[in-house]
Ligand binder design. Structure first.
Ligand code: 6PG
Length: 240
């Protein structure tokens, strides 16, 4: 049974604040409940504003960074210094500005071979993220205009073994290797937050949330339960 809730903010800027407040609550609940907050960050461009806001003193002070562990729900197979690196974006906008212990920042080891990096990341998750299915407290996701999420792209899903938590694969659509959380790991999470903004995503959002089920072509439909944090522009198709 899938369960999706929508939260629509008037503007992308308002959404950033609303999503930041939700993340702070996730962190507090997780730390109160099990002493740590395991948070998988998304990549791409949308989370930049959110990370920059969370880095500001009036927000950063609301998170117990010493008990927070950050991971990545997907990563491009590039060095951590590369302009395409999701780790680099998060480090520059947030992680370099808050008192999170270095040992709590779990970067995908893209200096390894891609398959080895995925296997090692999965090993670390199995060792360090407690609970049934190694459930993250929060998995943050974006969605592309083609309905992809994390690095689960249309037409590139049939080789992912169900038992895997992290997987490396070549994505023809972007002509690049990616390392990604699998649907198994995403769906084990206590909370999944999609953050989607902009008119360009209104149609695909409608197809994913309201259209026929076609997860091979709309991989965001593989996520069984999520909070969708949207601005009005992205949600326009849903109100039509
Ligand atoms: C990545 C992401 C990817 C992203 C979507 C949306 O590594 O690119 O994890 O899944 O979330 O492509 O990207 P934007 O936020 O830039 O639209």
């Amino acid at each position: 049974m899938s369960s999706h809730t929508l939260r629509v903010s008037d503007t992308a800027e308002a959404l950033t604040g609303d999503a930041a407040a939700r993340i702070v609550k996730c962190a507090r609940d997780a730390i109160a409940g099990r002493g740590t907050f395991h948070w998988a960050l998304s990549g791409g461009g949308t989370p930049r504003a959110l990370f920059m806001l969370l880095a500001m003193p009036e927000w950063a002070g609301r998170v117990d960074w010493k008990r927070t562990h950050v991971w990545w729900s997907d990563e491009r197979y590039v060095p951590p210094t590369h302009s395409e690196s999701n780790y680099r974006m998060a480090y520059e906008t947030l992680l370099s500005k808050v008192p999170i212990p270095e040992a709590n920042v779990h970067r995908v080891g893209t200096e390894l071979g891609a398959e080895e990096a995925a296997a090692e990341y999965e090993t670390q998750i199995r060792l360090q993220v407690p609970g049934v299915g190694h459930a993250f407290d929060l998995v943050l996701l974006g969605m592309g205009e083609d309905g992809h999420t994390a690095s689960l792209f249309p037409g590139s899903l049939d080789d992912i073994p169900a038992e895997r938590l992290v997987y490396a694969h070549w994505i023809p659509r972007v002509q690049a290797k990616r390392i990604t959380f699998t649907p198994t790991l995403i769906n084990a999470a206590a909370t999944v937050m999609f953050i989607v903004t902009g008119a360009a995503k209104a149609d695909i959002l409608c197809r994913v949330l309201c259209g026929p089920r076609d997860p091979d072509q709309l991989p965001a439909q593989l996520v069984e339960r999520a909070e969708w944090w949207l601005d009005a522009a992205a949600a326009a198709g849903l109100t039509r």
